[in-house]
Design a binder for this molecule. Sequence first.
Ligand code: GLN
Length: 468
Amino acid sequence: MDDLARLSITEASKKLASGEITSLDLVRACKKNIDARNAELNAYLEVFDDIEEQAKEADARRARGESHPLLGIPLAIKDNILIQGRRVSAASKMLENYTASYDATVIKKLKEAGAVFMGRTNLDEFAMGGSTENSAFGPTHNPHDEARVAGGSSGGSASAVAAGMALGALGTDTGGSIREPASFCGIVGLKPTYGAVSRHGLIAMGSSLDQAGPMVRTLEDAQLLFDTIRGRDPFDSTSINLRPTTYDLQPKRIGVPRHLLQKGIDEDVLRSFNASLDTLKAHGAEIVDIELPSAPLALAVYYIIMPAESSTNLARFDGVRYGLSLSGDSLVDDYAKTRAAGFGPEVRRRIMLGTYVLSAGYYDAYYGKATAARAKLREEYDDVLKSVDVIATPTVPSPAFKIGEKSDPLSMYLADIFTVTANLTGHPALSVPITPVMREGKDLPVGIQFTAAHGGEDMLFAAGKMVE
Ligand code: GLN
């Protein structure tokens, strides 16, 4: 392969280990693609100016005998994950000039492994959105068709990996933000089991939903990155140690909720999905029809719980403690001025929605009901996952849409129909590229999503490998 930046992490890692290439070679190859395309794609908000120094340091560590498979591997980091001493904006005016004072736990682990951080990637402001169009710094474009979105909210990370500007990336997923852009850009994306990966040092959106995870080119890479970043962390009381992953599983029964696939899905996406089910069958898996009666409620439940938690988390941006600070005639006026200037329209919409559903008069009608429905949903998924190894659906009902096409927020929310459930239930979910569909003469990526029981990431990887 002539473009080293297109190697999988695992392949690059072997070449690094054998001395065939250096980390500096990899970083330069990625930088070449960044120079060629980042101005158009807007995948990175910032490319770090010390990437070559980081690479040289990794090469020196290898020369001293270190050998972690991520040592010297160039990664892109979503700009809502803290790296000490570097800016972290959440793609918001509120934090435009904010510098992180510590490393997120996932970053700490990647630093120990010796990964090279190429830069900060674009996202929807505070991770709120499904297209990266809500970024305060302009949308990210899809490398497969620049007129289209890269997905969101981790659109910058997906675009960077798909365009060879990094070998892999970290994203975060509150309702699909790793899986949806992975599906739109033709890469693999994993939303781990809730708690499997520490949230310490992630800019919080919905704390009971958020997880960081890998966005990469192969299932093997996803395993590697996941195994590096996961584990119990004293700084995150919701974090857990999962049993070690085993890599020789064979999913036997794959559940498909046909009742959810009756309408609202592009015909060719459904065809591609069905074809990948045939591939799974050819590998010896049995496809089973399953019922998830409460699943049609998931989107409504998510769009109550998520804004409720987001509005609470965003209360900390008061103009005193972090980032932007404007002064008015009184303290309350300081808050109002700062928040009006710092937050974009989607963030303000969600703060208002969240405050509303949590308010004394409406709590029972909205937040209370949503919480009950969430528990029911989880029960149904747990039940079904006793009789099947994984549940399969398309990741998103359509391929990437055009920039500006979904100007109505509700139509944007509908794209999350298959992804939000795993965040509500805490189950791990994975998106893997399947046969692309054609739009206006261009091949556009599509993904299949697998959901497994809690801690069943290895089952997801196994299912993914069958269609990869
Ligand atoms: N698209 C979803 C939303 O807008 C998911 C966001 C996310 O996972 N961060 O809320």
